[in-house]
Design a protein around this ligand. Structure first.
Ligand SMILES: Nc1nc2c(ncn2[C@@H]2O[C@H](COP(=O)(O)OP(=O)(O)OP(=O)(O)O)[C@@H](O)[C@H]2O)c(=O)[nH]1
Ligand SMILES: [Mg+2]
Length: 315
């Protein structure tokens, strides 16, 4: 398979961090009643006016977090949907963490209640419009393996306000004691109208800022989503990885610079401290009634992504 693997050196092996109950709640607690007017995204007006007031809770600080990090519309929600479908098909249990958002977020509650229906729906908008914040737990044979976290792209990188600092809740996630795998999403230049060359440069700066904050024990996976929109697909699931990697460096100048492997020995066979995975969530087409329908992409994509995640979960 034309597949370049960019492994991490041995010394970067993650250790399981000591649980710290105080970190379980990742933001301030009980809001006042006047702040509880909730908009259609499930955010209270207080949260909407000030992203630093957004409240999320990761109650399980022992199970590693997979954080889908990326600009708006890069495909985080659909990646979560596709991975969930794949994992369920392989006998894993994937279920939403109801405590992730406060009780006033009715939309979150509804999403948790209707999770199965939403995951199985062919109406892509059902997922992309409704899944705003999401934390799901992945279990196998009753044992929790990881938690996958999805949040609105604008709080990771907002093309309209590219220099904005991360809101408090993102910093709290960065600093939580969970072991973490950062799935940093990138995409072709033609697939996201808000991500022009200037925005991509700013996104690179944001990724570099993230890199300065995250623990050296965290793992990084660059996920090149929407690979179906490139010329690098040779056949179902067969990707010209070398070209995809070179294209990424061209589209996102200097993106990989802070991730170079500095180890004088291992750098010759593992030049970078990350994995690089090409991905497609699915095929999207507009039905005659205007709805965007979603058809799973080839299974090789979630299988490969899950393989890499599983490997990094092991250390
Ligand atoms: N061609 C192609 N388009 C995709 C793929 N994945 C997602 N898309 C398109 O990208 C759009 C946005 O996907 P989402 O998953 O909602 O993006 P997101 O990153 O969750 O966006 P925010 O929640 O706004 O941050 C979808 O409606 C699709 O049109 C893919 O694999 N291939
Ligand atoms: Mg989303």
């Amino acid at each position: 398979m034309a597949d370049i693997h960019f492994g991490s050196p041995e010394e970067n092996k993650a250790t399981i961090t000591t649980p710290n109950p105080e970190e379980a709640s990742l933001a301030e607690k009980t809001p006042s009643p006047s702040d509880l007017e909730v908009n259609e995204n499930g955010l209270s007006s207080e949260e909407l006016n000030d992203a630093n007031k957004i409240k999320v809770t990761v109650a399980d600080y022992n199970t590693p977090l997979i954080i889908l990090f990326g600009a708006p519309a890069c495909g985080k929600t659909m990646t979560l949907v596709r991975l969930t479908r794949y994992l369920r098909g392989k006998g894993y249990t994937v279920q939403p963490e109801t405590s992730f958002r406060p009780a006033y977020d009715q939309q979150y509650k509804e999403m948790c209640d209707n999770f199965d229906q939403m995951i199985n729906s062919e109406d892509a908008a059902q997922s992309t419009n409704k899944i705003n914040f999401m934390l799901v737990q992945v279990m196998h044979k009753g044992k929790p393996l990881c938690q996958i976290l999805e949040g609105p792209g604008e709080y990771y990188f907002n093309p309209g306000d590219p220099k904005a600092a991360f809101p408090k809740y993102v910093n709290a996630i960065i600093n939580s004691s969970n072991r973490k795998i950062w799935a940093i999403m990138i995409e072709p230049d033609s697939t996201n109208r808000r991500m022009d060359s200037e925005a991509r440069k700013n996104y690179v700066d944001k990724i570099h800022r993230l890199k300065t904050k995250i623990s050296p024990q965290d793992k990084i996976i660059f996920v090149f989503n929407k690979i179906d929109e490139t010329n690098f697909v040779l056949g179902p699931g067969r990707i010209n990885y070398k070209q995809t990697f070179e294209r990424t460096k061209y589209l996102y100048p200097n993106i990989f610079v802070p991730f170079a492997n500095e180890n004088p020995i291992t750098k010759f066979f593992a030049p970078y401290n990350f994995d690089f995975v090409a991905f497609q969530t699915g095929d999207f087409s507009e039905a005659t009634d205007g709805t965007l329908t979603f058809e799973d992409g080839h299974e090789v994509y979630p299988r490969k992504l899950w393989e890499v995640i599983s490997k990094r979960l092991r250390g």
